[in-house]
Structure formats: C-alpha cells, structure tokens
Design a binder for this molecule. Sequence first.
Ligand code: ADP
Ligand code: MG
Length: 696
Amino acid sequence: MGVNVSEVFGQNVFDESVMKNRLPEATYNEIKKIMHEGGDITMDIANIVAQAMKEWAVEKGATHYTHVFQPYIISVGAEKHDSFASLPTDGKIDNTFTGKDLLMGEPDASSFPSGGLRQTCGARGYTAWDVTSPAYIKDDTLCIPTAFCSYTGESLDTKTPLLKAMHAVSKYGIRLLRLLGNTTSRRVLSYVGPEQEYFLIPEDLYEQRPDLKFSGRTLFGAMPPKGQEMSDQYFGDIREKVKKFMSDVDEQLWKLGITAKTQHNEVAPCQHEIAPIFSVSNVALDNNYLVMNVLKKTAKKYGLVCLLHEKPFDGINGSGKHNNWSLTTDDGINLFKPGKEPENNKVFQLVLACLMSAVDKHAVLLRTAASNTGNDHRLGANEAPPAIISIYLGDQVGDVVDQIIKTGKATSSLHSGVIDFGINKLPVLEKDPTDRNRTSPFAFTGNRFEFRMVASSNSIGDTNTVLSAMMAEAFADAIDALTGAEDLDKAVEEYTVKLMREHERIIFNGNGYSAEWPVEAEKRGLPNCKSIVDAIPSLVADSTVKMYERFNIMSKAELEARKEILFEQYAGVRNIEALTMIDMASKMFIPSVVYYTKELADTAIAVKEAGADASTQIELLNAVIAKLNEAKAGLEDLKKATAKAQSIDDNQEKAESYKSEVMAAMAELRKPVDELEMIVDKEVWPVPSYGDILFY
Ligand code: ADP
Ligand code: MG
C-alpha cells in the first residue's frame, strides 16, 4: 500500500502556507512581496522568519540546519551542517537559529572549483538565502536553498547566474509585452519540468566493477548476445525491489513538495525515468538536485545502485535529462502557446522569431551548458539528439513559419482533426496539432520546448541560465527595434519576418538521427561540436560575453573561470577513467587471462598425451594469446598517453590531449579485452558481464 499523496505532500517544506500560519501577518506579507517582486530582506524580518523556521523544524525533529548550494559543475550539490545548539549558558543549551544564520553562511570554499577566481589562501565563499525557493527538512536537517559566491562577489555556483538570467528575461519580457499592448502582466516566469533518466543495477554486481565505482560507467564490457539466459529468479526479486524503491522515492519527494511521477522506461534494460510537474526554474533546479540525491540514497536501501552517468554501458542507450521549458506571465499567458489561430497570434509569432534567433546565435553555448564529459558518449550516437542544435516545430507551427518566411504573412493554419478508432465504444480523440519528434534536440511540444540534450548527471542550472538569458537578449533587441515605430503592427510583422528569414536554417523538422542531417547541417553552416572540448570556448565567445555582461549575469572573468573549470573537469574525468582502465587491465584482466592460458595449455597437453587431436585447444590458446598480447600493448600505450596528458599544464591543451590521444588509447585497450571476454571461460572472467548486470 502506497501513501496518499494528498496527505503527505509538502509535509517537510516551509512553504507559503506554513509561513502564513506561523509568521505575523505583516512579516508574511513582506516576505511574500520579496519572494514575488524582489527587494531587500532586513535583518529584522530575517530574525522573525528564522525564529518561525527553527520552531517549525525542531517540532519536526530537525537538529541541524544547512545552507544548500550547487558549486559550479558539481551536480550533487554541497551542504555544511551546523547544529541548532547555542553556546551553553549556566549549563543549558538552547536551540538557536538567527536571522543571520538564515541569510548567510560561510562554507570553506577552497575545495570547490573556482577556475582561478579564488586562490586557496583566500578561500572565503558566501552562501546567501534564496528566498524564492522554499526551505525543507531532510534527514533531521533544515535545508536552506542558497546562492554561492566568492569573497569578491563572483558567482561560484549554478544558481546565482540563473537567478540573474530569470530576472533579465522577466524584465525585458514585460517591457516587450507592454510595448505590444499588454497592461496586466507583471512578471515573466521561466518554467521547467526536467525528466530525469537513470539506471538501477544490483549493488553486489556494482561493487565488483571498479570502473563503475570510480568513473560511473563501464570502461570494459562485451555486448551480451540477445536473449542471453539469466537467472530469472534473481531478477524477479530485483523487479519487486524496483517497485518498492519507486514508491519510496515518490513518498520522500512528495513530502519535500516535489510532484513526482515515476515510470519504467522501456528503452534500455534497467533504465527508468522520473518527472516532476514543472516549476519555476530556480525551484526546478533545487528540486532536480533533490531528486538525484533521493534516487541515489534510496537505491542503497534496496541493495541497488542508481547510476546517473550519461552512458554507463556502451552500446546500450544512455541517460539524459529532458528540460521542458516555457515562458509564462504571472497572470498565466504562456508565450509559447500558439492558441487556436497561430496564424493570427502576432505575439506568439514574434516570440518564436526571437527564439529562433536566440537559439541560432547561441547554439554552441547551449550545447556546452547542457553537457559534461559523459554527454560526449551520448550526443550524436543513435539514441540521443545529435550534437547539432536545431529546432523542431511540428506540422502546424512549422507551416505558419513557412508561410511567413515565403510570403511575409501567415494566413491559415493546419488543424489536426481527430483520431477515430472506428469502434463506437471508444471515444473519438482530438489530436494534438504537433506530432512528437524524438530526434530533435529542441522540440516544440505544443506549449513548451523540450530541450533534450541535457546530460543526465548535469545540473540544469546552466542550461536554464542560457535559455533565459538568450531570450532576455532577443526581447531587448526586439524592444530596441520596435520602440518608436510609427505603425507598430507593421513593424512587428516586419521584424518577425526578418528574424525568421535570417534564422530559417535553425529549423529542422526531419530525422535528426539520419546520416543526411549532419551533411545538410554543414551546408547550412550549423555548428557540430562532437565533443564538449570543442564547445567549451563558446563560454568566452564575443556573443556570450556581450549577452551576459549586458544583463549583469556574469562577467568576462567569471566566464573565463568557468571555461577553465570545464577543461579541468574534462581532463580530470578522463584521467580517472584511464587510470581505472590501467588498473583493471593490469590487475584483473591480464592476470586472469594469463591464468586461463595455462589452463588451456595444460588441457592441450593432456589431450595430446591421451593421443587425441588437440588442434581446437591449441587454436583457442593461440587466439587468446594473440588478444592478450594486443591487450598488453594497448595497456602500455595507454600508460604513455596518460602520462603525456598529465604532464601538460595548459587546461585546454590538456583536455584536448585526453580527448584525442588518451581516448584513442582507451579504445585500443578496450577492444582486445572485450574480445577476450567473448572467448574466455566465464568462470575466470574477473568482473560481472553486461549480461549479468543488465538483462533479465
Ligand atoms: P511527455 O511524457 O509527453 O513528454 P509529460 O507530461 O511527462 O510529457 O511532461 C514532461 C514534463 O514537461 C513534465 O515535467 C511536465 O510538468 C513538463 N511541462 C508540462 N507543461 C509545461 C510547461 N508549460 N512548461 C514547462 N514544463 C512543462
Ligand atoms: Mg517528454
């Protein structure tokens, strides 16, 4: 029996209703105003809120509090826990939690990547309460969502730039809407619903694979033949566990105020997906971090391990995070909603034109924001969107855009009609005007865009920072172009046509997985960065710096730092992978195969001595020895390539060396080892196979 969502939902969240109950009315009104409209929080208010928050948390059994923040690119987030205990007076200890404790924290920032922004000797970093994302209780701890910056004010996290970008898109969105005659909306909110994919595998098998433990993905492993016979009993048990795991996850997330809906994903064996209902970007960011955290922790309870890596198994579909995104005003106008007559919806058309120009202009930046090292194994493979950014609009909106581009005006739109099963007991269903396109990285899905490129283990902070910032910029440009126009309607139409014509190349409604698309994309001049290493420099491209500085989202120095961090991160991840491979090959695979060759040789001798034909044994022995020699040579090459990459100082050059030479050597070592796995007795193979882990 599962729990009733309506009974537990939001139980552990200090949300608006709790505030309303527990705060003096004036304070509640003030804090609500700051949450929705911004403004400074005085220490007086912070003290009152902190007092109420502490009482609520202690009643719920919390003993500690922490500022939660997300250091740049470390998607698991960070926390430093303090207890509520005050200094003892007269032998008594009180629970204390002051306004200052709520407003700011000072974690030791020196162990987080700063890309040179902060020297270890100047390790100060500050966390500041993000009033717009509610505090919650997790494992006896009151958690306060915060933004994280350095002593000198540079952002060190993924939250701060996002909050600034959200502010910018709201400000310029409203200005544009005002210009177009809207008098009621006061804010533009960016909403996100991230669908999170993950793998669940048995913990005992995971423990036997150093590659999974150290790098999150298998670095060796032959594909099992389909239909491989597995221990059904064992996996039947796992399936029961997965069901229990999912209800457990749901319950925890509901209590944290996260609307989770879990489902089995059919694509890969052992792969699942969880999607909450969408929320405002910064809250979605905090929630997604919690989702990843709860998935990982809960899996352990059931003897499972949750893998968030983008590509845990070669040859098997990887994991992504689909970032469903829309811009909606505070009074409910969804700017991406075409309405019943998209051909007459001039605001929608203008916003769409802005989006086309923004995506085209910042394609590589978007690709970078959505990516990490692991995503390199996914993008462009036959399962995930390609590394080329394009927009899919579907039939209806695609046709409207076509008309505008061709004739300067849309006069009609396609209507989808109904699906009639032809059985009078089944209802006649109204069709969606857009079909799905699962091969597009940026797909219109009726009232939102689904950005499908995001890496499964990545924070969604960067992605949504770019999305909001690029729209703020496009809106600001539109305002500049339209302000003072004599005939506004005409100016809007002309500007829409101009943008759509200029950026037509970004629209692609075909199959993104086809071999023709990269060729066609190249003709169109669309960038195709196969590796994140090639995409990272987009962080400091003129177009990026100009956009971020224009809206005070990030300075050039902050962007330079982030570029360095990403290169460091890439090299760091590949270095761990290479060392893990070296370790596994030297200590596990080669010794096991050497042992096996002795077995084979002994057998061959025995067979021969018995007077029988040992040619099969000898053939096998020779084949194994040939692969063994290849593996040994591959191991030595990988050692050399890794040592060379390690010796490079410049972050970019280093990352490039890992990307080309080390990765090539890794592949060279993997090949003979995987081939050996296919011919060596399973009994002597030192790690569980793909078949053992995945198929049931
Ligand atoms: P599907 O399964 O068709 O892809 P879902 O209903 O699972 O769609 O939705 C996927 C995600 O998109 C969910 O997190 C959902 O809340 C989110 N979503 C729906 N509408 C919007 C919107 N207007 N803006 C942002 N996200 C949205
Ligand atoms: Mg979806």
